[in-house]
Ligand binder design. Structure first.
Ligand code: FES
Length: 292
């Protein structure tokens, strides 16, 4: 078998040199396939198979079946060594006076128990608790959707098929003290999908004539999503490649994200501008704390 393997490897090299790349061959039932690929696959397969089969065959037929076991040595120490260790230990305990000086011993244990408390108290300095701030965003009923690039309120006609529009709530300006914190929760991406292509019933109800608004914050670890594939309506998070299907409730179709992107319910006000019809109905971003 090892000889066959050697011959197959030589045949592999010869096939690589001799067979033109564009030559095809008819193999039943595969049909017409590349002669070079076929020859390389066959010869390499035979070479590897024969090495494996030869090794197994050798082990089964020629090697001895006798099992050899090596007994463990006892790991227990000699009695004299153990006696010496006990004696040393007792002498050490006696010299340290731990047994006699009860007050010193007890206060030492007390001090060792209390000292970690200072670390616990310092935890308070990590900042105020977020309370329910992470559950709410600036979106509320009647807030206009403002184009993040032009700073203009959006009309349905501004949202073209095939493009991804980024929006923020009206009244949130870049120079605001809390801008970064608020935009990190409220950032929206808006796309227009033909209503008949929207598979999720609630998504359609929460849209305006096929215009859907979703949180731009990835539910994995919170990167902003930025890539949109018009044909499939998939959006991709560049951080770890989580992919969401915007035509099907933004459910996760690939990657480490655990949840669909939250959708914002939108409509159009009397003046023809896109507006929110409320806040998100779930926390945006990686909402691990409430989902467990
Ligand atoms: S943050 Fe989006 S995939 Fe990780």
């Amino acid at each position: 078998m090892f000889t066959v393997s050697m011959l197959a490897t030589i045949a592999f090299i010869a096939a690589f040199v001799a067979i033109p790349v564009d030559k095809s061959v008819y193999i039943f039932p595969l049909g017409h396939i590349s002669a070079l690929n076929f020859a390389l696959g066959m010869t390499l397969g035979i070479a590897l198979f024969c090495i494996g089969a030869g090794a197994v065959h050798w082990a089964r037929t020629l090697m001895s079946d006798v099992e050899i076991a090596d007994e463990r040595h006892p790991i227990e120490a000699e009695p004299e060594v153990r006696e010496k260790v006990f004696a040393d230990f007792q002498q050490g305990a006696k010299e340290s006076a731990l047994g006699r000086r009860k007050l010193i011993r007890n206060t030492m244990f007390g001090a060792l128990t209390l000292v970690p408390l200072s670390g616990v108290v310092l935890l308070r300095d990590l900042g105020p608790l977020p309370e329910d701030k992470l559950r709410h965003t600036l979106w509320s009923k009647g807030k206009l959707l403002v184009n993040m690039n032009t700073n203009e309120p959006l009309r349905p006609s501004d949202v073209a098929v095939g493009s991804l529009t980024f929006a923020k709530p009206e009244g949130l300006e870049e120079h605001d003290h809390e801008f970064q914190n608020e935009i990190a929760k409220a950032a929206l991406m808006i796309v227009r999908i033909q209503p008949e292509n929207i598979k999720d019933k609630r998504e359609l109800e929460w849209s305006h004539e096929g215009i859907v608004a979703y949180s731009k914050i990835c539910t994995h670890v919170g990167c902003p999503i930025s890539l949109y594939e018009q044909q499939t309506h998939h959006v991709l998070c560049p951080c770890h490649q989580s992919t969401f299907d915007l035509s099907d409730g933004a459910r996760v179709i690939f990657g480490p994200a655990g949840h669909a992107l939250p959708q914002l319910r939108i409509g159009v006000n009397d003046e023809g501008y896109l507006e929110a019809l409320g806040d998100f109905d779930e926390p945006v971003g990686p909402a691990f704390w409430e989902r467990g």
